[in-house]
Design a protein around this ligand. Structure first.
Ligand code: PMP
Length: 368
């Protein structure tokens, strides 16, 4: 790299995905490419599947797709549902709304329960909705909604579904997996979707789906059209430690290394460390005089309102280009109004301190 290129890459990501890569994950990305129809690849792929089962806390099969998290979300819709099926989306922000959009794109008309942004999904509201909405095939939730920085009580939500219906519990854990508590089997979650570039500390490129026996049964009966995302094709090749099509091999190799790091630290210690960083971030941001956005705050990121009159887009751009710190901004109706500070994956207390010092200085200067 020439010095100009080097400078371009010299940015600390305090964003909720992609997150920074640990050094050994970066080193894994430099290994020569493996061919995906070989025994050598099979060894690595089996290690990936076992490591994913550990972070998902499941004995279920975990499928691996070459796509981003949204692809995994779409795969759950086309593999679990048929034309005319009824489904419910309990939305807590932009990513819940995305589930509704995907369902509509496939000709389905979901029942949408929307919470105020910053609030978690209310199990009581869900129970009430389930009493009046009969014959639902699936209920869709987020584990953490990255747009608002909330965490849902999936254990309670899943229990509410099970009390009132036979609907499948589908969870987007794209930003929360391996960062905040999630128990696929113990909480009875049927399809749990994730992606490589957040808590799993890898580059973007891979998405995952952990599937319960109930989800597998629904997949076999579902009638929506599907091809690339057909889980049935993936299930046929997974026992041979293969994927149906050419997978993103370098990210698979990197993911095995990132999962090794998580195993070494202990998953519960990762959750604990993330929670401690979150508590610290909330304290520091409040100490700067910023009002925190989420009532039911996640541990993966903290969202805070910027002071009245701040041009949030310009502030974030200046911090990125001049201070070399990249924060998340507000999405959709929150664009320019909030800052989202991530503290998941490989982000350390020292990284957070560096970023927060820059934010503190910029805000003090702007509002002096
Ligand atoms: N769901 C959640 C909760 C997310 O945070 C994201 C990514 N920000 C997505 C889905 C979509 O993932 P991708 O951008 O990888 O398609």
């Amino acid at each position: 790299m020439n010095p100009q290129e080097k400078a371009m890459y010299d940015i600390l990501l305090l964003t909720p995905g992609p997150t920074p890569l640990p050094l050994t994950v970066r080193a894994a990305l430099e290994r020569p490419i493996l061919h995906h129809r070989t025994d050598e690849f099979g060894i690595v792929f089996r290690e990936l599947l076992a490591g994913l089962q550990d972070v998902y806390r499941t004995k279920n099969k975990v499928l691996v797709m070459t796509c981003s998290g949204t692809g995994a979300m779409e795969s759950s819709v086309v593999n679990l549902l048929s034309p005319g099926d009824r489904a419910l989306v309990h939305s807590t922000g932009a990513f819940g709304d995305r589930f509704a959009e995907i369902l509509r794109a496939h000709g389905l008309e979901p029942v949408v329960l929307s919470e105020e942004w910053g609030h978690a999904a209310d199990p009581e509201r869900l129970r009430k909705a389930l009493r009046s909405e009969k014959g639902l095939k699936a209920c869709f939730f987020q584990h953490t909604d990255t747009s608002t920085g909330i965490v849902n009580d999936l254990k309670a939500l899943s229990a509410a579904v099970r009390e009132g219906s036979d609907a499948l519990v589908v969870v987007d854990a794209v930003s929360g997996l391996a960062a905040e508590e999630l128990e696929t089997d113990a909480w009875g979650l049927d399809a749990v979707l994730s992606a490589s570039q957040k808590g799993l500390m890898c580059p973007p490129g891979l998405a995952y789906a952990a599937l319960s026996p109930r989800a597998l049964k629904a997949c076999a009966a579902a009638k929506l059209p599907r091809f690339y995302f057909d889980w049935r094709t993936m299930l046929k090749s997974i026992d041979k430690a293969e994927t149906p099509y050419t997978p993103c091999v370098p990210v698979i190799v990197a993911q095995v290394e990132a999962l090794r790091l998580i195993r070494e630290e202990g998953l519960e210690n990762v959750w604990k460390r993330t929670a401690e960083l979150a508590a610290y971030a909330r304290k520091e941001l409040s100490g700067m005089g910023l009002r925190l956005f989420a009532r039911d705050a996640s541990d993966i990121l903290t969202a805070a309102w910027l002071p009245e009159g701040t041009d949030g887009r310009a502030l974030l751009r200046a911090m990125r280009t001049e201070d070399r710190i990249c924060f998340g901004g507000g999405q959709e109706k929150l664009a320019g109004k909030i800052v989202r500070v991530a503290h998941m994956g490989a982000i350390t207390r020292a990284d957070l301190d560096r970023g927060l010092a820059v934010l503190r200085r910029r805000l003090a200067k702007a509002h002096a």
